[in-house]
Design a protein around this ligand. Structure first.
Ligand code: G3H
Ligand code: 13P
Ligand code: NA
Ligand code: ZN
Length: 328
């Protein structure tokens, strides 16, 4: 059944586990996630970005999720709008049947320019009022997540934020988090604690902690009833990176967030873990390998099923590592 994010994250908090939230754009991603959930007995969060709705079209995206619900009637599923840039986008998602929306007021409507705290509060509160009236959950975001650098590496756009603000200024401030939650009433809060979006998070293999677990603890202590969300949580699988490059790809050397560190974050209050890049890499690697090895094949189903199975294996591994397996 379709459930609200609040319902699922409350259950996760009560039973001390975390939920991966996978981005979806197409049939194979939805099938990969649902088959992995079915086989591990896990509840599901699928999220569509504004880019996903542009790519697939709102109706196709909605019907893909409806097909997942019909095919797997026993699995609780949250249909979440990822990174809504304005109240209008959130309202469109609610009308489309999403059971949860993210109002990302940490940026202005251009989804690029950092906003003020007051803008973020006012915009997010407006969405909470409307969404809660119809039983839809809301995720907000506070902090400078997209451009956060933790000491090495660059953001995907090549513009490291270093030199503009210190690392501590980019991290979510626990006092501001408490004030933000009090003023907005959000169900979940995305926090900046050392991650960034995309494949190019860290240029060197993580040797120590890349996540600021200390900051997660401080924030969780201030807002124990608000579910913490970690964006940019792909682990950037080195095996798939090697396969992509072996079969004609040209991805640079790069590292993500180790799964053990995410698990440590979950121990200290993280409940929703956003993953997109890992599934993109697995599907691209599987397709590149198939096409390179079987030059005669021109049936897309043959390489798309390999992409699906590659994504499914990662989904199962995350459901298991995050303690989600068996909780559906
Ligand atoms: O946070 C961003 C997600 O990875 C979605 O990316 O906007 O390319 O769909 P997208
Ligand atoms: P990754 O790019 O690390 O997969 O993060 C995805 C994300 O945070 C979507 O909101
Ligand atoms: Na989100
Ligand atoms: Zn994100």
């Amino acid at each position: 059944p379709l459930v609200s994010m609040r319902q699922l994250l409350d259950h996760a908090a009560e039973h001390s586990y975390g939920l991966p939230a996978f981005n979806v754009n197409n049939l194979e991603q939805v099938q990969a996630i649902m088959e992995a959930a079915q086989e591990t007995g896990s509840p599901v969060i699928m999220q569509g970005s504004a880019g996903a709705r542009k790519y697939a079209g709102e109706a196709y995206l909605r019907h893909l999720i409806l097909a997942a619900l019909e095919t797997h009637p026993d699995i609780p599923v949250v249909m979440h709008q990822d990174h809504g840039a304005s109240p209008a986008i959130c309202i469109q998602a609610i009308r489309s049947g999403f059971s949860s929306v993210m109002m990302d007021g940490s940026l202005l409507e251009d989804a690029k320019t950092p906003s003020s705290f007051d803008y973020n509060v006012a915009t997010t509160r407006k969405v909470v009022e409307m969404a809660h009236a119809v039983g839809v959950s809301v995720e907000g975001e506070l902090g400078c997540l997209g451009s956060l650098e933790t000491g090495h590496g660059e953001a995907e756009d090549g513009h490291g934020a270093e030199g503009v603000l210190s690392h501590d200024q980019l991290l979510t401030d626990p006092n501001e988090a408490a004030e933000f939650v009090r003023a907005t009433g959000v169900d979940a809060l995305a926090i900046a604690i050392g991650t960034s979006h995309g494949a190019y998070k860290f240029t060197r293999p993580p040797t120590g902690a890349v996540l600021r677990i200390d900051r997660i603890k401080e924030i969780h202590a201030r807002i124990p009833n608000t579910h913490l969300v970690m964006h940019g949580s792909s682990s950037v699988p080195q095996d798939w990176l090697a396969i992509i490059n072996e079969f004609g790809g040209d991805m640079g050397s790069t590292y993500g967030v180790p799964v053990e560190e995410i698990v440590e974050g979950i121990r200290h209050g993280v409940r929703k873990v956003n993953i997109d890049t890992d599934l993109r890499m697995a599907s691209t690697g599987a397709i590149r390998r198939h096409l390179a090895k079987d030059g005669k094949n021109f049936d897309p189903r043959k390489y798309l099923v390999e992409a699906k199975n590659a994504m499914k294996a990662i989904c199962k591994a995350r459901f298991e590592a995050f303690g989600c397996a068996g909780q559906a």
